[in-house]
Write a protein that binds this ligand. Structure first.
Ligand code: ADP
Ligand code: MG
Ligand code: MG
Ligand code: MG
Ligand code: MG
Length: 442
């Protein structure tokens, strides 16, 4: 079912839309937008809206800064809250360069490029994320704090769970934007929440993740709270992850399912898992992009540290949920919600299809709690760890040609430069821990 330009113009009139946000993202997954009055919508739908890309992080050099926004007509959606100046809608766009080609620095176009590779092998990717976040109070000046009055824990029921009402408002708004919400619940941490929505093809899911974060933040604000997707806001409390469930379909059938195979997992599934494991150290800098991401990837919480897979245990990097048939999937547990979802899906899909191409053996599943193994046992079993910090992750990315090719040279180079600067800034800071441990002793 193709949506036409005329249908959208009609819909905009019907919904009394006055402004349209044309959205796209930079390499870090930050949503950017150009807002146009509805009178410009026809021009926008023709892909004729231009913007200057030179001031967008990681985009272009000044001399090639004219960019075009090509809206994806299927993403037209009303933003479900009132503004006193009339209704606002949004369209998610691909960025094209002045030669009319998909711009190499556009993460959404780049994901499509990797998807095409999978399609040439006969596969389409489906992905479903579980994004976790904290709701914190704001101080008298409106700045976010680390406090939450909420004393609820995993799956707790209100009235302990103060986030209940806020979460319901979030779910309602998301549904208003066409999301199929599967579940929402209180998470392990005080003030921590999760809302799950239905899986879709990779581009739609990446779009949805950004819309999701936008809605969650906005609704939290309306309740005087701050929603944060920072991976580890509080030391010694559960971090916020974004497990990404993924599967490949071939001719509308789940290609991971084989009723007669061991574990009822097809060769395709096993090799895909093999690829996810063998490239994990290479793509961590993308799925876990912040200095802070690596404070979450430590033993003792639910976050993965070790590169292994399991159909039972939740400590390894890849878990295979019990569901079979159309729901057969691999759950990648390292990503966190601070990642750029277009890039994260591009690198993990690339890792998986590389596994299929090379027939990468994932080894035996590790069905015990790896946190309880000794260093010797882990090394005997060939179990490696994820990178310990952003610097190590960037070195690993630099060494993984397959993952680099999933970003393309333009995105890779810009990403690398910015992330090395981020690390250098961080590593020269004097940390609170150092003062506490060294100042009085030395
Ligand atoms: P968990 O058991 O880890 O808490 P959830 O039930 O919270 O997992 O989330 C499961 C996610 O997996 C949802 O987004 C769901 O839509 C998605 N999912 C279900 N089937 C598939 C599939 N075949 N491929 C990809 N994702 C899927
Ligand atoms: Mg879940
Ligand atoms: Mg669940
Ligand atoms: Mg969770
Ligand atoms: Mg999960």
């Amino acid at each position: 079912s193709k949506i036409t330009k005329d249908a959208i113009l009609e819909k905009a009139k019907e919904l009394n839309v006055k402004f349209v946000k044309l959205q796209f993202t930079d390499v870090f997954g930050t949503t950017k937008n150009v807002a146009i009055p509805v009178e410009q919508l026809e021009k926008a739908l023709d892909g004729d809206i231009m913007f200057d890309g030179s001031s967008i992080e990681g985009f272009v050099r000044i001399e090639e800064s004219d960019m075009y926004l090509k809206p994806d007509l299927t993403t037209f959606s009303l933003i479900p809250w009132k503004s006193e100046y009339g209704n606002v809608a949004r369209l998610i766009c691909d960025v094209y360069d002045s030669n009319g080609k998909p711009f190499a620095g556009c993460p959404r176009c780049n994901l499509k490029r990797v998807i095409k590779e999978a399609e040439e092998m006969g596969f389409t990717m489906n992905a479903g994320p579980e994004a976790e976040f904290y709701l914190f109070e704001r101080d008298e000046n409106g700045f976010p704090t680390l406090n939450s009055k909420d004393k609820g824990g995993y799956f707790d029921l209100s009235p302990i769970d103060l986030g209940d009402e806020v979460r319901r408002a979030m779910v309602t708004s998301l549904q208003g934007m066409g999301f199929e919400i599967e579940a929402s619940h209180h998470e392990v941490g005080e003030g921590q929440h999760e809302i799950d929505f239905k899986y879709a093809d990779a581009v739609t899911t990446a779009d949805n993740i950004l819309t999701f974060k936008f809605v969650v933040r906005k609704i939290a604000m309306q309740y005087g709270l701050h929603a944060t997707f920072m991976p580890k806001p509080i030391f010694a409390k559960a971090g916020s992850g974004m497990h990404v469930h993924q599967s490949l379909f071939k001719k509308n059938k789940n290609a991971f399912y084989d009723a007669n195979a061991k574990y009822q997992l097809s060769k395709t599934a096993l090799y895909y898992i093999g690829g996810l494991l063998s490239h994990a150290r290479g793509y961590a800098a993308v799925t876990n992009p912040l200095v802070n991401s690596y404070k979450r990837l430590v033993p003792g919480y639910e976050a993965p540290v070790y590169i292994a897979w399991s159909e039972k245990n939740r400590s390894p990097l890849v878990r295979i949920p019990a569901r079979r048939g159309v729901g057969t999937r691999a759950e990648l547990r390292c990503p966190d919600p601070s990642c750029n979802p277009y890039l994260a899906l591009a690198v993990t899909l690339k890792a998986g299809i590389d596994g299929i191409r090379k027939k990468t053996d994932p080894g035996e599943p590790v069905n015990l709690n790896i946190y309880h193994l000794t260093e010797q046992q882990k090394s005997d079993m060939g179990i490696k760890s994820l990178p310990a910090n952003l610097s190590e992750a960037l070195d690993e990315l630099e060494a993984d040609e397959i993952i680099k090719s999933a970003l393309g040279p333009h995105i890779y180079e810009n990403y690398m430069v910015a992330k090395r600067i981020e690390w250098d800034e961080y590593r020269s800071q004097v940390h609170k821990w150092e003062i506490e441990n060294y100042l009085s002793i030395y």
